[in-house]
Design a protein around this ligand. Structure first.
Ligand code: GLY
Length: 425
C-alpha cells in the first residue's frame, strides 16, 4: 500500500514508523524531520493549497492518507482528497470541528444531553463579560473557541487571579475572535482516552496521562505537553476502571451523536477528561492522535496501523486492536527557554541509542539522525517501555547519557515519587 502522512512532529514520526513496518510511506512535512525523511519514498513540503497535496497524492498513487496535526484538519485538505477519490482515515473539515470549535463541541454535548459536560457560557461582548463576572462567583477557565496549540486556555486560580484578570484576558480573546468561552473550573486528575472510529464502531486505546506544565511537580505555564505515561494494564494507577468506562461511554456517545447529527466522525478521536468528585468531565475533544499521548500508544501498538486506517475508511473497524502489555513513559527534550523565550540549539545523539525497551522519535528538528538543530518547539521524544511506569521512566533517564547539547527535560515524569503523590491524591 502507498500511504500518505501529513505532518512532521514526534507524533508523525511514531505514525511513520508503524506505517513503514508494513507499507510504503509518502510524506508532507513542515520541517526536515530526519527520521521521517529517511523513512519516506517521496516527500513534499506542506502547502496551504490543498490541491498541491492532492496532486502529490495522485502522482504517488496513494491508497490511504492520514493527517497528523490539528492545524491541517482545520483546513479543507481531507475534503479535497476525498473529492478526488483518495481514501482518508481522518475527519472531514466539518467533523474536525469537534476540536476546532469548542462552541460546536459544547453545543453537541448539550443538544444530545451527553454526560460529562461542564457548565459553560459563550460571551460575545465586553459588556456581557463584565456582567458575567459581576453576577457569578467562583473560578472559570477562559477559552478561545478555536485551536490554541495547548497554550491559549487560562484558568482562574492557576494562570490568572481574580475577576479583573479574567476580564482582561477574556477581552483580549474577544477583540481577536469576537467570542470567548467561559467554563466553570473543575478540579481533579486529568487523563486522555484515544480511540479509532469509523463513525459507527469505536476501538479504544490505552489510557494515557499528559504532563502539560513546563516545570517539574506540575508547575509553570502550560505547554504542548512535556511528556506522558501509560501503564501495562492500559489504565492508570490513580484512575479506577469505573472512571475509565464512564469516559469511554462519553466518547462513544459523542461519536454516535455526531453521526445522528449528520456529521459522522472517521479517524482518531481523543477526549481529555477530568476525574472530579462529581463524575467524569470533558475538558476537550480532539480530532487526531494526541501529542505526546499518541506516541505512547503507537509505540506499543501490535496491530497493523495501515489495516486500521483502511477499516476506518471503509467503515469496517473491528474492536480487536492489540497493544503490548507494557508501561510507557515519554519525556520530551525541548530547546532551552521553551515555552517562555526559546532559543534554537544543537543536540547530538549517539548511534544505536534505540533498543527493545527504548525509542527516540524526532519532532520539530532538522539535520541528521545524529545531530539535530532544534526549532523553538519540542525536539526529541524519548520513550521507555517497561513492566512498570517507574521502570520505563528509569530507562529514559539512563539513555540521556547518549544525548548531549543545550536542552531542557522534565525528569520527574513517571518517577516513583510523582506516582506515589498522585495515588495518595
Ligand atoms: N496532549 C495535548 C494535545 O495533543 O493536544
Amino acid at each position: 500500500m502507498n500511504v500518505l502522512l501529513v505532518g512532521s512532529g514526534g507524533r508523525e514520526d511514531a505514525i511513520a514508523r508503524k506505517i513503514r513496518e508494513t507499507d510504503t510511506l509518502y510524506s508532507v512535512v513542515t520541517n526536515d524531520n530526519p527520521s521521517i525523511l529517511r523513512l519516506s519514498k517521496d516527500v513534499m513540503e506542506y502547502s496551504a493549497d490543498s490541491y498541491k497535496i492532492v496532486d502529490f497524492a495522485k502522482k504517488n498513487k496513494i491508497d490511504i492518507a492520514f493527517i497528523g496535526p490539528d492545524g491541517v484538519l482545520e483546513t479543507d485538505l481531507v475534503d479535497r482528497l476525498l473529492e478526488n477519490h483518495i481514501p482518508v482515515a481522518s475527519p472531514t473539515q466539518k467533523a474536525a470541528m469537534i476540536e476546532t470549535s469548542k462552541e460546536y463541541m459544547r453545543g453537541l454535548m448539550k443538544k444530545y444531553r451527553i454526560k460529562g459536560d461542564i457548565e459553560n457560557t459563550l460571551i460575545k461582548s465586553r459588556e456581557d463579560l463584565e456582567k458575567f463576572f459581576k453576577e457569578n462567583d467562583g473560578e472559570y477557565a477562559i477559552k478561545p473557541i478555536g485551536l490554541t496549540g495547548g497554550k491559549g486556555v487560562k484558568v482562574m486560580g492557576l494562570q490568572i487571579n481574580g475577576a479583573a484578570e479574567a476580564i482582561a484576558y477574556g477581552s483580549e480573546i474577544l477583540e481577536r475572535d469576537g467570542k470567548v468561552l467561559l467554563e466553570k473550573r473543575e478540579i481533579g486528575e486529568e487523563f486522555s482516552i484515544q480511540a479509532f472510529t469509523d463513525g459507527t464502531h469505536i476501538a479504544f486505546m490505552p489510557v494515557v496521562q499528559d504532563y502539560k506544565r513546563l516545570y517539574e511537580d506540575d508547575l509553570g505555564p502550560n505547554t504542548g505537553g512535556m511528556g506522558s505515561i501509560s501503564d501495562k494494564n492500559f489504565i492508570l494507577p490513580f484512575i479506577t476502571i469505573d472512571t475509565v468506562n464512564e469516559a469511554r461511554e462519553i466518547l462513544k456517545k459523542i461519536v454516535n451523536s455526531m453521526k445522528e447529527d449528520g456529521n459522522p466522525f472517521k479517524g482518531v478521536i481523543y477526549g481529555q477528561f477530568m476525574d472530579t468528585d462529581h463524575g467524569v468531565k470533558v475538558i476537550e475533544v480532539n480530532s487526531r492522535f494526541a501529542d505526546p499521548e499518541g506516541i505512547n500508544v503507537l509505540t506499543i501498538l501490535k496491530s497493523n496501523l495501515v489495516d486500521i486506517f483502511l477499516d476506518i475508511y471503509s467503515e469496517t473497524l473491528k474492536d480487536n486492536i492489540k497493544f503490548m502489555s507494557k508501561a510507557t513513559v515519554l519525556k520530551y527534550i525541548v530547546p532551552p527557554g521553551y515555552g517562555i523565550k526559546p532559543a534554537e540549539s544543537e543536540i547530538t545523539i549517539k548511534d544505536n541509542i534505540e533498543s527493545d525497551n527504548f525509542r527516540l522519535y524526532y519532532s520539530s528538528v532538522s539535520g541528521t539522525m545524529n545531530r539535530v538543530k532544534t526549532s523553538k518547539s519540542r525536539a526529541l521524544a524519548l520513550i521507555g517501555i517497561g513492566d512498570s511506569i517507574y521502570e520505563a521512566s528509569d530507562i529514559v533517564e539512563e539513555k540521556l547519557q547518549y544525548i548531549s547539547g543545550d536542552y531542557y527535560i522534565r525528569h520527574d515524569i513517571g518517577t516513583e515519587q510523582m506516582l506515589k503523590r498522585k495515588i495518595k491524591g
